[in-house]
Design a protein around this ligand. Structure first.
Ligand SMILES: Nc1nc2c(c(=O)[nH]1)N[C@@H](CN(C=O)c1ccc(C(=O)N[C@@H](CCC(=O)O)C(=O)O)cc1)CN2
Length: 281
Protein backbone atom coordinates (compact mmCIF):
# COMPACT_ATOMS: atom_id res chain seq x y z
CA UNK A 1 0.00 0.00 0.00
CA UNK A 2 1.45 3.44 -0.86
CA UNK A 3 2.36 5.78 1.99
CA UNK A 4 -0.33 7.99 3.40
CA UNK A 5 0.16 11.66 2.55
CA UNK A 6 0.41 13.94 5.58
CA UNK A 7 -1.74 16.91 4.64
CA UNK A 8 -0.07 20.11 5.87
CA UNK A 9 -2.96 22.25 4.68
CA UNK A 10 -5.56 20.31 6.67
CA UNK A 11 -3.37 20.19 9.79
CA UNK A 12 -2.72 23.93 9.43
CA UNK A 13 -6.44 24.66 9.28
CA UNK A 14 -7.04 22.64 12.42
CA UNK A 15 -4.22 24.39 14.31
CA UNK A 16 -5.23 27.81 13.00
CA UNK A 17 -8.74 27.40 14.39
CA UNK A 18 -7.20 26.65 17.82
CA UNK A 19 -4.96 29.71 17.45
CA UNK A 20 -7.99 31.86 16.52
CA UNK A 21 -9.73 30.79 19.73
CA UNK A 22 -6.69 31.71 21.81
CA UNK A 23 -6.44 35.05 19.98
CA UNK A 24 -10.12 35.80 20.62
CA UNK A 25 -9.66 35.12 24.34
CA UNK A 26 -6.71 37.53 24.45
CA UNK A 27 -8.54 40.17 22.42
CA UNK A 28 -11.48 39.97 24.84
CA UNK A 29 -9.01 40.86 27.59
CA UNK A 30 -7.75 43.86 25.57
CA UNK A 31 -4.59 42.13 24.34
CA UNK A 32 -5.06 41.35 20.64
CA UNK A 33 -1.94 39.48 19.40
CA UNK A 34 0.15 41.67 17.09
CA UNK A 35 2.80 40.68 14.54
CA UNK A 36 5.18 43.03 12.69
CA UNK A 37 6.44 41.70 9.35
CA UNK A 38 9.42 43.44 7.77
CA UNK A 39 10.45 42.96 4.16
CA UNK A 40 13.55 44.60 2.70
CA UNK A 41 13.91 44.45 -1.08
CA UNK A 42 11.85 43.05 -3.92
CA UNK A 43 12.53 39.30 -3.87
CA UNK A 44 9.36 37.93 -5.55
CA UNK A 45 9.05 34.79 -3.40
CA UNK A 46 9.52 36.85 -0.21
CA UNK A 47 6.77 39.25 -1.36
CA UNK A 48 4.39 36.29 -1.58
CA UNK A 49 5.42 34.88 1.80
CA UNK A 50 4.96 38.18 3.66
CA UNK A 51 1.59 38.73 1.97
CA UNK A 52 0.52 35.25 3.06
CA UNK A 53 1.73 35.91 6.61
CA UNK A 54 -0.26 39.14 6.88
CA UNK A 55 -3.35 37.45 5.45
CA UNK A 56 -2.96 34.53 7.88
CA UNK A 57 -2.79 37.03 10.77
CA UNK A 58 -6.11 38.56 9.68
CA UNK A 59 -7.68 35.11 9.36
CA UNK A 60 -6.93 34.21 12.99
CA UNK A 61 -7.81 37.63 14.42
CA UNK A 62 -4.33 39.08 14.93
CA UNK A 63 -3.35 42.66 14.36
CA UNK A 64 -0.44 42.91 11.91
CA UNK A 65 1.77 45.54 10.38
CA UNK A 66 3.65 45.00 7.15
CA UNK A 67 6.65 47.26 6.63
CA UNK A 68 8.21 47.12 3.18
CA UNK A 69 11.52 48.85 2.51
CA UNK A 70 13.60 49.38 -0.62
CA UNK A 71 16.61 47.10 -1.09
CA UNK A 72 18.99 49.99 -0.32
CA UNK A 73 17.68 50.49 3.24
CA UNK A 74 20.69 50.86 5.53
CA UNK A 75 21.41 48.31 8.23
CA UNK A 76 21.34 51.10 10.84
CA UNK A 77 17.85 52.21 9.74
CA UNK A 78 16.58 48.64 9.97
CA UNK A 79 18.06 48.22 13.46
CA UNK A 80 16.40 51.50 14.54
CA UNK A 81 13.05 50.29 13.27
CA UNK A 82 13.42 47.01 15.18
CA UNK A 83 14.26 48.94 18.36
CA UNK A 84 10.96 50.86 18.02
CA UNK A 85 8.98 47.66 17.47
CA UNK A 86 10.68 46.07 20.50
CA UNK A 87 9.26 48.92 22.59
CA UNK A 88 5.75 48.81 21.05
CA UNK A 89 3.34 47.04 23.46
CA UNK A 90 0.82 46.29 20.66
CA UNK A 91 3.45 44.14 18.88
CA UNK A 92 4.14 40.69 20.37
CA UNK A 93 6.13 39.19 17.50
CA UNK A 94 8.66 40.65 15.05
CA UNK A 95 9.66 38.90 11.87
CA UNK A 96 12.25 40.02 9.35
CA UNK A 97 11.77 38.10 6.11
CA UNK A 98 14.89 36.27 4.91
CA UNK A 99 16.96 36.55 2.80
CA UNK A 100 18.07 40.15 3.40
CA UNK A 101 20.03 42.19 0.84
CA UNK A 102 23.77 41.43 0.93
CA UNK A 103 24.82 44.68 2.66
CA UNK A 104 22.74 43.84 5.75
CA UNK A 105 24.15 41.37 8.27
CA UNK A 106 21.27 38.97 9.11
CA UNK A 107 22.87 37.95 12.43
CA UNK A 108 22.96 41.56 13.64
CA UNK A 109 19.33 42.02 12.64
CA UNK A 110 18.13 38.83 14.30
CA UNK A 111 20.01 39.62 17.51
CA UNK A 112 18.39 43.08 17.58
CA UNK A 113 14.93 41.54 18.00
CA UNK A 114 13.89 41.20 21.64
CA UNK A 115 13.97 37.49 22.63
CA UNK A 116 10.40 37.79 23.90
CA UNK A 117 9.32 38.84 20.37
CA UNK A 118 11.59 36.50 18.37
CA UNK A 119 8.71 34.46 16.95
CA UNK A 120 10.95 33.09 14.17
CA UNK A 121 13.10 31.52 16.91
CA UNK A 122 16.25 32.49 15.01
CA UNK A 123 18.28 34.31 17.70
CA UNK A 124 21.25 32.88 19.57
CA UNK A 125 19.30 33.06 22.82
CA UNK A 126 16.30 31.25 21.31
CA UNK A 127 18.67 28.58 19.95
CA UNK A 128 20.29 28.27 23.39
CA UNK A 129 16.90 27.96 25.07
CA UNK A 130 15.95 25.22 22.62
CA UNK A 131 19.19 23.41 23.34
CA UNK A 132 18.75 23.58 27.10
CA UNK A 133 15.02 22.75 27.04
CA UNK A 134 13.92 26.24 28.20
CA UNK A 135 10.88 28.07 26.86
CA UNK A 136 12.28 30.00 23.87
CA UNK A 137 10.36 30.05 20.59
CA UNK A 138 10.99 27.09 18.29
CA UNK A 139 11.94 27.92 14.68
CA UNK A 140 8.75 27.64 12.65
CA UNK A 141 9.74 25.08 9.99
CA UNK A 142 11.14 22.38 12.32
CA UNK A 143 8.32 23.08 14.79
CA UNK A 144 5.87 22.44 11.92
CA UNK A 145 7.69 19.21 11.02
CA UNK A 146 7.26 18.00 14.60
CA UNK A 147 3.52 18.69 14.42
CA UNK A 148 3.33 16.78 11.13
CA UNK A 149 5.14 13.78 12.67
CA UNK A 150 2.92 13.99 15.77
CA UNK A 151 -0.17 13.87 13.52
CA UNK A 152 0.80 10.39 12.29
CA UNK A 153 0.38 9.06 15.83
CA UNK A 154 3.86 7.53 16.00
CA UNK A 155 5.67 7.79 19.32
CA UNK A 156 9.19 9.09 18.68
CA UNK A 157 10.61 7.63 21.92
CA UNK A 158 13.44 5.27 21.01
CA UNK A 159 12.91 5.71 17.26
CA UNK A 160 15.85 6.43 15.01
CA UNK A 161 15.43 9.78 13.24
CA UNK A 162 17.79 10.89 10.49
CA UNK A 163 17.91 14.57 9.54
CA UNK A 164 19.55 15.39 6.21
CA UNK A 165 20.87 18.96 6.39
CA UNK A 166 22.54 21.00 9.12
CA UNK A 167 21.29 24.57 8.60
CA UNK A 168 20.79 26.79 11.65
CA UNK A 169 17.14 27.36 10.73
CA UNK A 170 16.05 23.77 9.95
CA UNK A 171 18.56 20.89 10.32
CA UNK A 172 20.12 21.72 13.68
CA UNK A 173 16.90 22.77 15.50
CA UNK A 174 15.12 19.78 13.93
CA UNK A 175 17.71 17.47 15.49
CA UNK A 176 17.21 19.10 18.90
CA UNK A 177 13.40 18.86 18.73
CA UNK A 178 13.60 15.18 17.79
CA UNK A 179 16.03 14.63 20.65
CA UNK A 180 13.62 16.38 23.04
CA UNK A 181 10.99 13.89 21.89
CA UNK A 182 13.38 11.07 22.92
CA UNK A 183 14.32 9.93 19.41
CA UNK A 184 17.85 8.71 18.66
CA UNK A 185 19.07 11.33 16.21
CA UNK A 186 21.60 11.28 13.39
CA UNK A 187 22.32 14.48 11.46
CA UNK A 188 23.73 13.90 7.97
CA UNK A 189 25.17 16.58 5.70
CA UNK A 190 27.22 17.22 2.58
CA UNK A 191 30.32 15.57 4.10
CA UNK A 192 28.50 12.38 5.16
CA UNK A 193 30.23 9.66 3.08
CA UNK A 194 27.35 7.16 2.77
CA UNK A 195 24.01 8.91 3.26
CA UNK A 196 21.96 5.83 2.30
CA UNK A 197 23.67 3.76 5.05
CA UNK A 198 22.11 6.12 7.62
CA UNK A 199 18.72 6.72 6.01
CA UNK A 200 18.10 2.98 5.54
CA UNK A 201 18.18 2.56 9.33
CA UNK A 202 15.78 5.45 10.00
CA UNK A 203 12.23 5.21 11.30
CA UNK A 204 11.86 8.91 10.47
CA UNK A 205 13.73 10.83 7.79
CA UNK A 206 13.62 14.63 7.54
CA UNK A 207 15.11 15.87 4.27
CA UNK A 208 16.17 19.53 4.40
CA UNK A 209 18.90 19.92 1.83
CA UNK A 210 17.50 22.00 -1.03
CA UNK A 211 18.37 19.46 -3.75
CA UNK A 212 15.75 17.38 -5.50
CA UNK A 213 15.90 13.56 -5.49
CA UNK A 214 18.27 13.56 -2.51
CA UNK A 215 16.19 10.79 -0.95
CA UNK A 216 15.25 7.94 -3.29
CA UNK A 217 13.22 4.77 -2.63
CA UNK A 218 16.29 2.51 -2.23
CA UNK A 219 17.44 4.74 0.67
CA UNK A 220 14.28 4.30 2.76
CA UNK A 221 13.41 1.60 5.29
CA UNK A 222 9.97 0.06 4.67
CA UNK A 223 7.37 1.80 6.85
CA UNK A 224 9.46 4.90 7.58
CA UNK A 225 7.91 8.35 8.03
CA UNK A 226 9.36 10.84 5.52
CA UNK A 227 9.19 14.61 5.98
CA UNK A 228 10.21 16.69 2.97
CA UNK A 229 11.35 20.24 3.76
CA UNK A 230 12.84 20.93 0.32
CA UNK A 231 11.53 23.54 -2.10
CA UNK A 232 13.07 23.08 -5.53
CA UNK A 233 12.00 23.23 -9.16
CA UNK A 234 12.01 20.22 -11.49
CA UNK A 235 13.00 20.36 -15.19
CA UNK A 236 9.52 21.63 -16.05
CA UNK A 237 9.69 24.39 -13.44
CA UNK A 238 7.24 22.56 -11.17
CA UNK A 239 7.73 22.88 -7.41
CA UNK A 240 9.23 19.75 -5.83
CA UNK A 241 10.97 18.78 -2.61
CA UNK A 242 14.16 16.87 -1.78
CA UNK A 243 12.42 13.49 -1.95
CA UNK A 244 11.60 11.34 -4.99
CA UNK A 245 8.02 11.25 -3.70
CA UNK A 246 6.42 9.03 -6.37
CA UNK A 247 8.83 6.17 -5.66
CA UNK A 248 9.44 6.74 -1.94
CA UNK A 249 5.66 6.55 -1.46
CA UNK A 250 5.85 2.86 -2.36
CA UNK A 251 8.16 2.18 0.60
CA UNK A 252 7.29 4.68 3.35
CA UNK A 253 4.25 4.61 5.66
CA UNK A 254 3.69 8.37 5.76
CA UNK A 255 5.11 11.15 3.60
CA UNK A 256 4.61 14.91 3.29
CA UNK A 257 3.86 16.27 -0.19
CA UNK A 258 5.49 19.32 -1.76
CA UNK A 259 3.58 21.59 -2.09
CA UNK A 260 1.05 21.20 0.70
CA UNK A 261 3.18 19.62 3.42
CA UNK A 262 5.79 21.47 5.45
CA UNK A 263 5.38 24.86 3.68
CA UNK A 264 1.92 25.77 5.02
CA UNK A 265 2.97 24.63 8.50
CA UNK A 266 5.79 27.20 8.57
CA UNK A 267 3.30 30.07 8.59
CA UNK A 268 0.97 28.27 11.01
CA UNK A 269 3.76 27.81 13.56
CA UNK A 270 4.62 31.50 13.22
CA UNK A 271 1.02 32.24 14.26
CA UNK A 272 1.37 29.73 17.10
CA UNK A 273 4.54 31.41 18.39
CA UNK A 274 2.91 34.85 18.12
CA UNK A 275 -0.19 33.90 20.13
CA UNK A 276 2.15 32.29 22.67
CA UNK A 277 4.23 35.50 22.81
CA UNK A 278 1.07 37.53 23.49
CA UNK A 279 -0.06 35.09 26.19
CA UNK A 280 3.32 35.38 27.90
CA UNK A 281 3.21 39.20 28.26
N1 LIG B 1 11.99 35.23 8.54
C1 LIG B 1 11.80 34.10 7.82
N2 LIG B 1 12.25 34.04 6.56
C2 LIG B 1 12.06 32.86 5.87
C3 LIG B 1 11.38 31.77 6.46
C4 LIG B 1 10.93 31.89 7.79
O1 LIG B 1 10.35 30.94 8.40
N3 LIG B 1 11.16 33.08 8.44
N4 LIG B 1 11.11 30.63 5.69
C5 LIG B 1 11.28 30.64 4.27
C6 LIG B 1 10.13 31.13 3.47
N5 LIG B 1 8.78 30.91 4.07
C7 LIG B 1 8.37 31.73 5.06
O2 LIG B 1 8.87 32.79 5.29
C8 LIG B 1 7.86 30.00 3.48
C9 LIG B 1 8.21 29.15 2.46
C10 LIG B 1 7.26 28.33 1.85
C11 LIG B 1 5.94 28.34 2.28
C12 LIG B 1 4.88 27.53 1.60
O3 LIG B 1 3.74 27.54 2.04
N6 LIG B 1 5.20 26.82 0.53
C13 LIG B 1 4.19 26.15 -0.25
C14 LIG B 1 4.48 26.31 -1.74
C15 LIG B 1 4.52 27.74 -2.16
C16 LIG B 1 4.69 27.88 -3.67
O4 LIG B 1 3.84 27.40 -4.41
O5 LIG B 1 5.68 28.51 -4.08
C17 LIG B 1 4.16 24.66 0.06
O6 LIG B 1 5.23 24.09 0.36
O7 LIG B 1 3.08 24.09 -0.02
C18 LIG B 1 5.59 29.16 3.31
C19 LIG B 1 6.54 29.98 3.90
C20 LIG B 1 12.47 31.53 3.88
N7 LIG B 1 12.48 32.77 4.58
Amino acid sequence: MPAQLIDGIALSQQLRSEIAQRAAALTAKGKQPGLAVILVGEDPASQVYVRNKVKACGDVGFHSVLEKYDADLSEAALLDRIASLNADPSIHGILVQMPLPKHINPHKVIEAISTTKDVDGYSVLSAGELMTGLTGFRPCTPYGCMKLIESTGIDLRGKHAVVIGRSNTVGKPMGLLLLQANATVTICHSATPDLAYHTRQADVVVAAVGRRNTLTADMVKPGAVVIDVGMNRDDNGKLCGDVDTANVREVASFITPVPGGVGPMTITMLLMNTVEAAERT
